[in-house]
Design a binder for this molecule. Structure first.
Ligand code: PMP
Ligand code: GLU
Length: 397
């Protein structure tokens, strides 16, 4: 007998984590899988950041941390917002958590009540809709079309606002599409939000530094709504620190306090030596960020160049993050050796089993016509993986 709560029974597992695990399992069996499923930089954490983490262990940072994070890290985060985004936040408005995913969970659980509506632009990152479900909120999904680089417009948002709308989730640069909202697009959205004092904007800016079109724009810059904007960010992507698990928010003080209360009950506080490494990441030499960005840009160009000639695929050129999100539905209904591909799940399983390339079905991101491919890997692996994808797709008739 199993007695899982209804809340958990209704929760979908993370598709990104699941595909990553499938790839790892096949690899453990000795199969040469190229894993383009999970989104994480393939770079090692830079040496100076690792050194700070090691020093923290030697300096005996082995006791419980304060719930919202160490004061020096919260100060370093506030300074980062001033330096990089020209946004004024006090350290009290910063809460550090065990990764941006944990930050998001804190925010959604602190903000959303049963029945509250949350506007979620699709394609969305897999975790958003599940967290809203956990909070017993209602996902109101609106779709960005490939013709508009999968972005939604202020008009689309305005049309679905009701008296129950409590939050809008934004992600720029976007996972899974790589699209980046311009300042003008964000300003138009801010003008809509301005009119509705109950609506908060939760903006996920974890890919801020992986931007191929110039500077990052945050919706937090618009004064008229700033006290209703919650910025999610962290060190995972910019500093190749996914395993250290450090994310943070900048929020109105009341929400930072609510998240701190929740965190005090759920986590105690983020891991101590990882926090010290994050201080170094934010305050130390920033040249590693630029170097990794250059590599991602080169890999993006390579990926697009190799994929654009694959028959039956529609592709938009990402402006940021490290994903391409090709439309592949022209392959649905096709078969090979009696195996029929009905949808993006089938296609990803087929690509894994036939081509030994792990990707993620668009289904999980609310866009079932697409699949997500991460190009956060070496040029050699990208070249080999896309060749395998091309060959596997060509077998489908
Ligand atoms: N937001 C987005 C859009 C992501 O892709 C991810 C995945 N890393 C996260 C948040 C969570 O990041 P973290 O590893 O810091 O939990
Ligand atoms: N965010 C990454 C992804 O989308 C990592 C996996 C996860 O955190 O779900 O692949």
């Amino acid at each position: 007998m199993e007695f899982v709560s209804e809340r958990l029974a209704n929760l979908s597992p993370s598709a990104t984590m699941a595909m990553n695990q499938k790839g790892r399992d096949l690899k453990a069996k000795g199969i040469d899988v190229i894993n383009l499923s999970v989104g994480e930089p393939d770079f090692n954490t830079p040496e100076h950041i690792k050194a700070a983490g090691k020093k923290a262990i030697d300096d005996n940072f082995s006791f419980y941390p304060p719930a919202p994070g160490f004061p020096d890290l919260r100060e370093a985060v506030a300074a980062k917002f001033k330096r990089e985004n020209n946004l004024d936040y006090s350290p009290e408005q910063i809460v550090v958590s065990a990764g941006a995913k944990n930050s998001l969970a804190n925010v959604i659980l602190s903000l959303i009540d049963k029945g509250d509506e949350v506007i979620v632009p699709a394609p969305y990152w897999v975790t958003y809709v599940e967290l809203v479900k956990l909070a017993e909120g209602k996902n109101v999904v609106i779709r960005g079309e490939i013709e508009n680089d999968f972005k939604v417009t202020a008009d689309q948002i305005e049309k679905v606002i009701t008296p129950k709308t409590k939050a809008l989730l934004l992600c720029s640069p976007s996972n899974p599409t790589g699209s980046v909202y311009s300042k003008a697009e964000l300003e138009a959205i801010a003008k809509v939000i301005e009119k509705h004092p109950r609506i908060h904007v939760v903006t996920d800016e974890i890919y801020e530094h992986i931007n191929f079109v110039g500077g990052h724009e945050s919706i937090g810059q618009f004064e008229s709504i700033k006290d209703r904007v919650i910025i999610i960010n962290g060190v995972s992507k910019a500093y190749a620190m996914t395993g250290w698990r450090i994310g943070y928010i900048a929020a109105p003080l009341w929400l930072a306090k609510a998240c701190t209360k929740l965190q005090g009950q759920l986590l105690t506080g983020p891991t101590t030596n990882a926090q010290k490494a994050a201080v170094e990441a934010l305050k130390g030499d920033q040249s590693c960020v630029k170097e990794m960005l250059e590599a991602f840009k080169r890999r993006k160009d390579l990926t697009i160049d190799l994929m654009k000639d694959i028959p039956g695929i529609e592709l938009s050129n990402p402006d940021g993050a490290f994903y391409v999100f090709p439309k592949v539905d022209s392959y649905f209904g096709k078969s090979v050796d009696g195996r029929k591909i009905e949808n993006s799940n089938d296609l990803c399983i087929y690509l894994l089993e036939e081509g030994h390339v792990a990707t993620v079905p668009g289904e999980a991101f609310g866009e079932p016509t697409c699949i997500r491919i991460s190009f956060a890997t070496s040029d050699e692996k990208i070249i080999e993986a896309i060749e395998r994808i091309k060959k596997s797709l060509a077998k489908l008739k």
